[in-house]
Design a protein around this ligand. Structure first.
Ligand SMILES: Cc1cc2nc3c(=O)[nH]c(=O)nc-3n(C[C@H](O)[C@H](O)[C@H](O)COP(=O)(O)O)c2cc1C
Length: 180
């Protein structure tokens, strides 16, 4: 049974949901999957002990979190030897006012900074979760998405994720690991 590690970095919880969907698909394909938030990994976590690793993170203020950069960078030698995948979650990746080239830039910048070249990458459209933001963040996000033609009704949340694409991403990773 292939052992797969999923590390994710989330602020409002949406990337955790995407990681969980990927884990579910991999379990259906017979993988033993461990999914951990990257800011609370178990002591002594060793990516080299797994057969494959998937990392996912959301974008806030134009970047992926520094703690994830440090974690991935610290394990880059082990990661280079395994099947690996990275997905980057943002509003630039999909939804109204999306800027796919910006989403791709976020992803490429992160991988360049950490020195990791996973075989599989994806930008994934995230969510606008006004109900989870405090007053300041809600106002800021409303202004931010308003400028780009996004959804500004703060009385509700919006989800732009293409779940079928997420499942295809997981499925492709399962096939890659089978070949490895
Ligand atoms: C304060 C804040 C800043 C954000 N900055 C960006 C950004 O610079 N570019 C972008 O494409 N998306 C941005 N987003 C959108 C998030 O990437 C999106 O909401 C994502 O679903 C968050 O995932 P999470 O819940 O896992 O943290 C921002 C969201 C928030 C709340």
């Amino acid at each position: 049974m292939p052992r797969t590690l999923i590390l994710y970095a989330t602020t409002e919880g949406h990337t955790a949901r995407i990681a969980e969907r990927i884990a579910q698909v991999l379990r259906e394909r017979g993988h033993a999957v461990e999914a951990h938030p990257a800011d609370a990994t178990p002591v002594g976590l060793n990516p080299a002990a797994y057969d494959g690793v998937i990392v996912g993170a959301s974008i806030h203020y134009g970047r992926h979190p520094g703690y994830l950069r440090a974690l991935v960078r610290g394990h880059r030698t082990a990661l280079a030897k395994q099947p690996g995948a990275f997905f980057s979650v943002s509003l630039s990746a999909g939804g109204p006012g999306a800027k796919p080239e910006a989403a791709r830039r976020y992803l490429e910048t992160f991988l360049r900074q950490v020195g990791w070249r996973p075989q599989q990458t994806a930008t994934v459209a995230g969510a606008l979760q006004y109900s989870k933001y405090g007053v300041f963040k809600r106002l800021l996000m409303r202004m931010f998405v308003g400028v780009t033609g996004g959804d500004t009704d703060t009385s509700r949340d919006y989800e732009y994720t293409d779940w079928d694409a997420v499942e295809r991403f997981a499925d492709a990773f399962a096939r890659r690991m089978k070949q490895a």
